[in-house]
Design a protein around this ligand. Structure first.
Ligand code: ATP
Ligand code: MG
Length: 352
């Protein structure tokens, strides 16, 4: 295999896997951090109920999908009973709730009522009791985000050791290498996680993970039960059954998968012609030649959202951004296949 050519032996890959496991343990939030965040969620929920009694405040993103790093932001979503009359619009909700939180809490509050997805940004500076500070976004009625969080959670639960280790390591790596910033033309954590799952479902042969959106359901499902905002959000979500019944035919170690991930996205994935779709595999890009390309939107990297299939999660990635990201994939390959004293030294230099 390639690692022999690169002077890499199975022993090195074994050592690399052990180091990855040790490495990510240090990245996890403490029990205290997890409980402080849960207390904050409850407090905010209690306050919001004073203006909307049916409100529920639910976690999504990394605090709920199993891929949380230390000090990561909290993503919260407010759901109301849809029979609420009148049901406030997202921007009305954001303005009213922001006013309330400004008055009743110590958070710095910033409402963004006119964003594509209106949110309230909250932050608390670090203090002795909260050494990591808190940053939190509250959105409204974002039911698709709750579902894609559940999808990622389920993928993580099927093979927690390999999937979580890879994802946590790659998230940290992308943050340290400064290629995890949609505002600066690179990719969100969500985008990287989708690339990893795509790789484990559709690139690895035999696959490490099944395609949860294409597995046959255990009992008939009616389309109306699985639609949110006109999107089909069905996937096989019986974690217990999956754990008991789905045995991956792929036995690659975490170290092999990591190397292979970098190799695939630095050399093999065809960015010009291909859409990465967890739902449907490798899809051809269909650029509409009659439509001008919106210069604000990157067309370089196409990652189909699992449910909002008309939506490119990589749309923020500019040409320069993609160039930088691919450069980082190549750098990572080079570091992992050239000589270091120890595998731990390779990982450290990878995340410098
Ligand atoms: P981090 O620890 O870096 O915050 P995260 O797992 O919370 O990582 P984010 O990129 O912050 O990942 O995304 C949080 C959630 O927001 C995702 O689980 C997803 O539901 C939603 N989301 C983020 N970006 C997009 C996007 N481009 N399209 C659709 N949903 C998105
Ligand atoms: Mg987040």
């Amino acid at each position: 295999g390639y690692y022999r050519r690169g002077g890499r032996t199975p022993l090195y890959l074994f050592e690399l896997s052990q180091c990855l496991l040790d490495f990510v343990v240090q990245l996890l939030p403490s029990k205290e951090e997890v409980s402080v965040k849960e207390d904050v969620r409850k407090l905010l929920e209690r306050l919001i109920k004073t203006i909307e009694p049916s409100a529920q405040l639910l976690s999504f993103g990394s605090t709920a999908n199993g891929f949380e790093l230390k000090n990561s932001d909290m993503d919260l979503c407010c759901l109301l009973d849809l029979r609420t009359d009148p049901l406030p619009s997202a921007s009305q909700f954001v303005l009213r709730a922001a006013q309330l939180l400004e008055k009743e809490t110590k958070f710095a509050v910033k409402p963004l009522p006119n964003a594509r997805i209106p949110i309230i940004k909250l932050s608390l500076q670090p203090s002795p009791s909260i050494p990591f500070g808190i940053a939190c976004d509250i959105g409204y009625e974002n039911r698709l985000a709750l579902e894609n969080t559940r999808l990622l959670f389920t993928y993580a639960a099927i093979d927690p050791t390999r999937v979580r280790t890879l994802v946590l390591f790659l998230k940290l790596w992308s943050k340290r290498r400064k290629i995890n910033s949609p505002y600066h033309g690179t990719l969100s954590s969500y985008g990287y996680v989708l690339l990893i799952i795509f790789f484990l479902v559709h690139v690895k042969d035999p696959p490490v993970l099944p395609n949860l959106q294409q597995m046959p359901p255990m009992r008939p499902i009616s389309p109306s039960d699985t639609q949110i905002n006109g999107r089909n959000v069905w996937f096989f979500d019986d974690v217990d059954l999956l754990r008991r019944k789905w045995q991956s035919p792929n036995t690659d170690t975490i170290g092999e998968l990591l190397l292979d991930f970098f190799r695939y996205y630095s050399r093999e994935f065809n960015y010009t012609t291909t859409v990465a779709s967890i739902r449907a595999g490798h899809l051809p890009k269909e650029l509409d030649p009659t439509k001008p390309i919106d210069p604000r939107e990157g067309t370089s990297l196409w990652i189909e959202d699992p449910f909002e299939t008309s939506f490119n999660v990589g749309r923020c990635v500019t040409r320069d951004g993609l160039y930088t990201i691919r450069g980082e994939f190549m750098r990572a390959m080079r570091i992992l296949t050239t000589k270091h004293e120890t595998a731990m030294a390779s990982l450290a230099s990878l995340c410098e």
